[in-house]
Design a protein around this ligand. Structure first.
Ligand code: ZN
Length: 308
């Protein structure tokens, strides 16, 4: 039986057993597709929201494992935040179709698409979906640029206030506080990475380009030949030769990516493999956006220093 059919059958029962009506004398039920968006929603929503993330921190957000419980969560949501730019195209549409919730329908105040208002990088001139490429509308991993986060949190405060006008002042105050803190942190992170401007790094998937642009690093190769395409021996041979020529000696790997492939390349290039995560909660002490970015910058600085 198709996964979507199984999900529909199981959740019809689950949804029938639970209440679905909105009543705003309670916390807004906010659902985010990914843990990083959920972390931002908690910052802006504060006590007025209850936030759930569908994807797990250690999961590849392109391939979240769709579960019947996700449909129930979406059915009861007042607000849905998605990354957009097709990040979730492989798993979110069937869940939404089964959830049947007009409050989070496209265009409703309860539907937030984070990529709206973001200047997308890596927008392909031509695109062939049949080859398995994942970044059809540009690179959807844009939360590593704090300036993009500023755009997104403003959008969150705006939509939250439309859905729950009584808490509008709270959302605005949380937004102001978060943005002030983010400005201060950005200056700190830029100072920490300033000695490494122009440093060459390699990543597994093409998921660090926004970080590289903001902090003036260069992603010179990815182990995947294209986003979503598994590394081939011929491609890795090219990567190794590029890394040697450029003296690039740091390879970034996320928890769900194939570390052994990175280790193989690292052995032949005298590089270090850096365990790093973009999702809050995937590593210890990274539950908020600030903790996550602090950890990332600190880890990167240490590795770049070691291989300088
Ligand atoms: Zn991607």
């Amino acid at each position: 039986m198709k996964t979507s059919t199984v999900l529909t059958l199981i959740t019809a029962t689950l949804i029938a057993s639970g209440g679905t009506g909105p009543s705003l004398a309670r916390q807004l039920r906010v659902v985010a597709t990914t843990p990083d968006l959920a972390a931002l929603a908690r910052e802006i929503g504060g006590d007025a929201v209850a936030v759930t993330a569908l994807g797990k921190p250690t999961e590849d957000q392109h391939y979240v494992d769709a579960k019947p419980s996700h449909i129930v969560t979406l059915n009861r949501a007042d607000v849905l935040i998605e990354g957009g730019a097709e990040l979730e195209i492989g798993w979110l549409p069937p869940l939404l179709a089964s959830a049947r919730n007009d409050r989070i329908a496209a265009g409703a105040p309860g539907r937030i698409v984070a990529s709206q208002g973001i200047r997308m990088l890596d927008v392909p001139a031509t695109f062939d979906r049949s080859k398995g490429d994942l970044h059809a509308l540009g690179n959807p991993h844009f939360l590593l640029d704090p300036l993009n986060v500023k755009v997104i949190v403003a959008q969150l405060a705006d939509h939250f206030a439309q859905v729950d006008p009584q808490a509008a002042d709270l959302f605005q105050a949380n937004l102001n506080r978060f943005v002030a803190a983010l400005d201060a942190k950005l200056a700190e992170w830029q100072a920490q990475l300033a000695p490494f401007h122009g440093a060459r790094i390699v990543t597994y998937h093409n998921d660090f380009v926004y970080l590289a642009e903001r902090f003036q690093l260069q992603v010179i190769e990815t182990l995947e030949p294209k986003p979503g395409i598994a590394p081939s021996p011929a491609h890795l041979a090219r990567v190794i030769s590029t890394m040697r020529a450029a003296n690039a000696r740091v390879i970034l790997v996320q928890p769900y990516q194939n570390r052994r492939t990175a280790e193989t390349v690292a052995r032949q290039t005298n590089a270090v493999v850096l365990d790093i995560a973009q999702q809050p909660g995937a590593l210890d002490h990274t539950d908020t956006y600030f903790e996550l970015m602090d950890h990332m910058v600190r880890t990167l600085v240490a590795a770049l220093q070691e291989t300088k």
